[in-house]
Design a protein around this ligand. Structure first.
Ligand SMILES: Cc1cc2nc3c(=O)[nH]c(=O)nc-3n(C[C@H](O)[C@H](O)[C@H](O)COP(=O)(O)O)c2cc1C
Length: 203
């Protein structure tokens, strides 16, 4: 399917995020750890998914459009994509929905490449891929890339802590097929997949 033939029905409207609950921050920090064994039979329900995406990169001050994750100069150059067995989606924080980018199961690209892959990723019901667009910074390319990577790391830690606070399992990862993902996610040349978090329930 081409991007042009994707219709509104292919997008997924999420329930409004619930902005309270979970364990206290100090307890979430205390229990945060990486998990690499996921139960493939346990999906993440839509409400928890909405809460997770809002925590990662959602709008927490609607009057200004500012986000749960800070970005340098409020550039908001980070996007979060969700990959599950049905397709690849872009999280649109404004409409609180998932926009279908590509159909099919692309979790293998998150797992890795032919050279190095971590198969446990295919057991996680979803993976969140954190993409940065370094063209949003009007500074030298090295600085722009470094700044974008810092901003991506903050989104990743929001995900790590949300998971810890809400009984979900995750691991922050840099391993993935960045070239393959760039194609499937239809990224611009200045966008790059920087980190990913498989998410689900521990086995
Ligand atoms: C930037 C970054 C990249 C990472 N990449 C991977 C990875 O590709 N695969 C993996 O299994 N773990 C990856 N990890 C997870 C680390 O191995 C893990 O955080 C570390 O061993 C400490 O364990 P803990 O998270 O349980 O404290 C990464 C962590 C970070 C912060």
């Amino acid at each position: 399917m081409s991007a042009n033939s994707i219709s509104a029905q292919d997008n997924i409207q999420l329930p409004s995020p619930i902005r309270e609950g979970g364990m206290p921050l100090s307890e979430a920090l205390s229990s945060r750890h990486s998990t690499r064994e996921f139960d493939p039979s346990k999906p993440v329900d839509k409400q928890l998914l909405s809460n997770l995406l809002w925590s990662a990169n959602g709008i927490n001050r609607p009057s200004s459009g500012h986000r749960t994750n800070p970005t340098a100069l409020n550039s908001q150059e980070i996007d979060v994509y969700l990959i599950d067995k049905s397709g690849a989606y872009l999280y649109d924080a404004t409409s609180n929905s998932l926009l279908l980018i590509a159909e099919g199961d692309h979790r293998g690209l998150v797992a890795g490449t032919a050279d190095f892959s971590q198969d446990f990723v295919n057991d996680a019901p979803i993976s969140l891929v954190i993409v940065g667009d370094y063209s949003k910074f009007d500074r030298d390319p090295d600085q722009a890339m470094l700044t974008t990577m810092c901003d991506a790391g903050i989104v990743c830690q929001n995900i790590n802590l949300f998971c810890s606070a809400n009984g979900l399992a995750t691991v922050p990862r840099m391993t993935m097929d960045t070239a393959g993902l760039a194609k499937v996610l239809k990224l611009k040349p200045t966008q790059r997949a920087i980190l990913n978090n498989p998410v689900g329930y521990a086995r």
